[in-house]
Design a protein around this ligand. Structure first.
Ligand code: ADP
Ligand code: MG
Length: 700
């Protein structure tokens, strides 16, 4: 541990930090940035005046690194060293070093804008350019001016381009920690393989039989492919003649793996045994696995992208950037000279790969971030004026403002409403926060909490959902509820209520192909959301699952009504004489209900006229995923609102905004929006908006 490159620079680091409020630290992956920097600062007294906070873009990394540091310091996790990720806080009053996701730190700044509990904030893995880290960079820039005397900021990155960040922070110093990296021989394929899984398999086995000892790290795009390759590799290794080569252990590594499985990659292998680590992108820079000598890189990564002009998400397998390819190769040279097998020709690397990865802020929905910035209430912060390292496109800001307006989080002048403020307090995407608030008005909060919790955990439940068709054949008849034909949200509610009836029996989950860990997580998330809602309502709300005041059908109806308000921006209308839908908004899309949906047609074979959806995904074709039937009556006010919507006013009343180029955005900030003269006018408009809002509510 003491031998990690970064610890040799302890003095230099402390000296620089002492003299500068912001320091950028660049060091190879594995040089000890995540595990050692916090300890260096702790040793040098920085934890005496506050917590040393270290952000991580990935949940898994926050947990894993915290565990490691606790171990190195010989303290139980959750005491002096702890972590906080969404829906899971393992810190205590004694915590001095705290690992947290960048999203959690953003939320913390909502209740304490100056982040006074921290003496040091390390924004780790800045090269990942996650949306939340980018926003934190902007906020922290403000913060260093306000807390110049008692706050230190460190920004770490694994790639060599620290200049941009340094410039952003008035040319703050950059410390380079030279890592000892051994040469890595790069071997290219002659052509792109037909099946990258098979090609990985073949390459891995070739290495195993021909190359000297050393672990193999294989980059895959996701959990499904990892599982496929792991089982193929296991089979292949077993079929090799005994004694012909050394033993092998095959280990998967991805974010949905149970923690005890994740840590397995950190324990050294038995002698004369080769490990194959089959990993997602997580091993590219977030987690360092020791002992790797061979890397297999097919050149792909799975990336979630949001298209603001269509409101559509896609989970695309895309080509990695050159920077990523080099990071991956670097994993092979940490302990001795290594080899990287690129399953693509060098021409593809040269000509097709982008130089750097597109930052998340330029490929995400910004509704949550914009709401968040608006709720910070800092007179010197205007969303359009916000100091971004790389600004998002005007179109995506516009898209965010439109959504926030449709769900009443901001008024027509772009000012945050009281509903919007409440929404920002909930650790959920804006549509779900809005649904909870509305559900509380209709006495169906208990049900909405269940749905929000189920949707928040869906990735871990997904195992059974995505495998549904295959599993169906094995277990018939299936016993899970069907959402009464009303849609997937209702089904999620019914599933949870069934589980509640069994008194949270884990065997019931197993019998129904539901992931036990996922369901337990839902239960916990539900509890936390309930507590936050109780706090917001400042009263005692009845949030028990499985309670019904007016009967199930009425509950479902109320819940759907609340969903219609929360998902006003995710509304679609059935096309006449057709079971396809058209989304409602400026640029309507033609979409289908996802085949996995439990939404049913009526006696005439027709799907409901209006539905709300949780997300639009574009796979083989555009689908709505998680769909719920809503009624015309509830849709009308949304359509009216859409008619009135004036995007120019929403973005702050600057009339020529909306001409739509990025240049306009760069221009816009100069126009002061929060000028005093407007405020009276604005006050009355807020008031009017609130009245309309209340009137609408009363009409229900
Ligand atoms: P960096 O952040 O610079 O990429 P880290 O601080 O994450 O580097 O890793 C430094 C070393 O600590 C690596 O050798 C890595 O394998 C080891 N390490 C990190 N986390 C753990 C863990 N949870 N268990 C065991 N070793 C770990
Ligand atoms: Mg790190």
């Amino acid at each position: 541990m003491a031998n990690l490159p970064i610890t040799q620079f302890e003095e230099k680091i402390i000296e620089t930090v002492e003299q500068n409020p912001v320091v950028v630290i660049i060091g190879e992956t594995g040089s000890g940035k995540s595990t050692q920097l916090s300890q260096i600062l702790h040793r040098n007294g920085y934890s005496k005046s506050g917590i040393i906070g270290v952000t991580q873009p990935r949940r898994v990394a926050a947990v894993s690194v915290a565990r490691r540091v606790a171990q190195e310091l010989g303290v139980p996790l959750g005491e002096e060293v702890g972590y906080a990720i969404r829906f899971e806080d393992r810190t205590s009053e004694r915590t001095l070093i705290k690992y947290l996701t960048d999203g959690v730190l953003l939320r913390e700044s909502l209740s304490n804008a100056e982040l006074n509990q921290y003496s040091v904030i390390i924004l780790d893995e800045a090269h990942e350019r996650s949306l939340n880290t980018d926003i934190l960079l902007g906020l922290v820039k403000r913060l260093v001016k306000m807390r110049a005397s008692n706050l230190k900021i460190l920004i770490t990155s694994a790639t060599l381009d620290g200049e941009q960040v340094s410039k952003f922070f008035s040319n703050c110093p950059i410390l380079n920690v030279p890592g000892k990296l051994y040469p890595v021989e790069i071997l290219y394929s002659k052509e792109r393989p037909k099946s990258y899984i098979d090609s990985c398999l073949k390459t891995a086995i070739d290495i195993h039989v021909k190359e000297p000892e050393g672990d193999v790290l294989i980059f895959m795009t996701g959990q499904d492919d990892i599982e496929k390759l792991v089982s193929k590799l296991e089979e292949k290794v077993r079929s090799l003649e005994e004694g012909s080569c050394m033993d092998a252990i095959i280990l998967p590594l991805h974010g949905s793996l149970p923690p005890e499985m994740q840590v397995r990659v950190f324990s050294p292998p038995p002698p004369n045994c080769r490990r194959f680590i089959v990993s997602t992108n997580i091993a590219e820079t977030s987690l360092t696995v020791d002992g790797v000598v061979y890397v297999i890189d097919a050149g792909y990564v799975k990336q979630r992208q949001y298209n603001p002009s269509t409101g559509m998400y896609s989970l695309d397998v895309v080509q990695i950037s050159k920077v990523q390819a080099n990071q991956r190769a670097g994993r092979a040279g940490r302990t001795r000279p290594g080899k990287c097998y690129r399953l693509y020709p060098s021409k593809v690397y040269q000509d097709d790969f982008l130089d750097v990865t597109v930052p998340e802020i330029q490929r995400s929905s910004l509704a949550g971030s914009v709401l968040y910035l608006k709720s910070l209430d800092l007179s010197d912060i205007n969303v359009l004026k916000f100091d971004f390292l790389d600004p998002p496109s005007f179109e995506s800001l516009e898209d965010a403002l439109k959504q926030l307006y449709l769900i009443d989080a901001i008024d027509e002048n772009g000012t945050i409403t009281s509903v919007g403020r409440t929404m920002a307090e909930l650790p959920l995407e804006p549509s779900l926060s809005r649904t909870l608030i509305e559900a509380n008005e209709y006495n169906c909060l208990a049900q909405a909490l269940t749905v929000a919790a189920m949707l928040s955990a869906e990735t871990t439940l997904l195992l059974s959902r995505s495998n549904r068709t295959e599993k169906k054949r094995k277990h018939t008849p299936r016993d899970l509820p069907d959402g009464s034909g009303l849609g997937d949200h209702i089904q999620l509610l019914q599933i949870y209520e069934r589980w509640d009836e069994t008194d949270y029996d884990v065997d019931w989950c197993r019998d129904n192909d539901l992931q036990v860990r996922g369901m337990k997580f839902v239960k916990d998330v539900r509890k936390q959301l309930s507590q936050i809602m109780q706090k917001i309502a400042k009263g005692s709300l009845d949030v028990r699952a499985n309670q019904s005041r007016k009967g199930r059908q009425q509950d479902y109806r109320n819940l759907r009504k609340a969903l219609c308000v929360g998902f006003a921006n995710q509304l679609a209308e059935r096309m006449i004489h057709h079971n396809g839908y058209r989304t409602i908004g400026f640029k309507p899309q033609l979409v289908q209900v996802h085949p996995s949906s439990v939404l049913r047609t009526d006696e005439e074979g027709m799907l409901p006229n209006y539905v709300v959806y949780h997300e639009l995904i574009s796979t083989s074709r555009p689908y709505m995923r998680n769909v719920c039937a809503v009624e015309m009556l509830w849709v009308t006010p949304i359509l009216k609102k859409l008619e009135k919507l004036d995007i120019n006013k929403l973005s702050g009343g600057v009339s020529h905004i909306g001409e739509g180029t990025e240049e306009t955005l760069a221009e816009a900030p100069k126009k002061e929006v929060d000028v005093a003269g407007l405020s009276n006018d604005r006050e009355s408009k807020i008031q009017a908006a609130r009245e309309r809002f209340l009137a609408r509510k009363a009409n229900k």
